[in-house]
Design a binder for this molecule. Sequence first.
Ligand SMILES: O=C(O)C(=O)Cc1ccccc1
Length: 268
Amino acid sequence: MKAVTLGPAGTYSHRAANAVADEVSFRESVTAIVDAVADGEFARGVVPIENSIEGSVTESLDSLADREVAVLEEIVTPIRHALLAQSDSFDVIASHSQALAQCRTYLEEHYPDVRLEAVASTAKGVEHAREDSNVAGIGHPLDGGDALVVVGEDIQDRDSNATRFLVVAPPGERSDAGGKTSLVVYPNANYPGLLLELLEAFAERDINLSRIESRPSGERLGDYLFHIDFEAGLYEERTKAALEDIEGIAANGWVRRLGSYDTRHVLY
Ligand SMILES: O=C(O)C(=O)Cc1ccccc1
């Protein structure tokens, strides 16, 4: 099975992708990963979607709303960051924006004068550190290999730091089976109680929402679409009934069923 994920090799996404595929290729953005899967280039894609400290990876949410893919599984992994460099002297720390944000307190306390540089992934920052003694990277402790030393370990601001990744596939593989379901709903409407009506469709059937997030639709200021995750499968009668209501509310817009799936916990 061929999967595509955020590269270069050594990212947290790569480690998650190893759990679902024996051959992993890389792209330098989440959008490029979702595009490659939607276009049928790869059977699987693995994208980071949400972190327990920093929240959503908005680029992932937006590409799931823009392109037709199915979600087959979610992978939850703990994230423990290390600061990796050629020595303990450097002027720049390069990493993924989420990693920099997850280590904000540590960085302010220990490196107040060092310049922070957001790059495409943690492994990209570590690659810079390998090439340039003036640069440190933040990433998985094993990503430095023999070339770099671990200058700081477990530098994330909270001990409990976990990231959710989604495993995506071409739309024909969407499943109705699984304990969780993800939808994207674009009501294309704006009236008092709209969101309440959306929520009532689930509450009335005793379906627990695990997440709801609004994103700008891109159509006009103040116009939103909603990413909704809930704890029931599309195969269930109560889900079918809720979806009928949701589709009625979004009659002028659209509802995308990303699919039903289960959660896998991966440690590495
Ligand atoms: O850059 C990476 O390694 C990624 O896979 C994205 C990411 C960044 C920070 C925490 C979890 C995932």
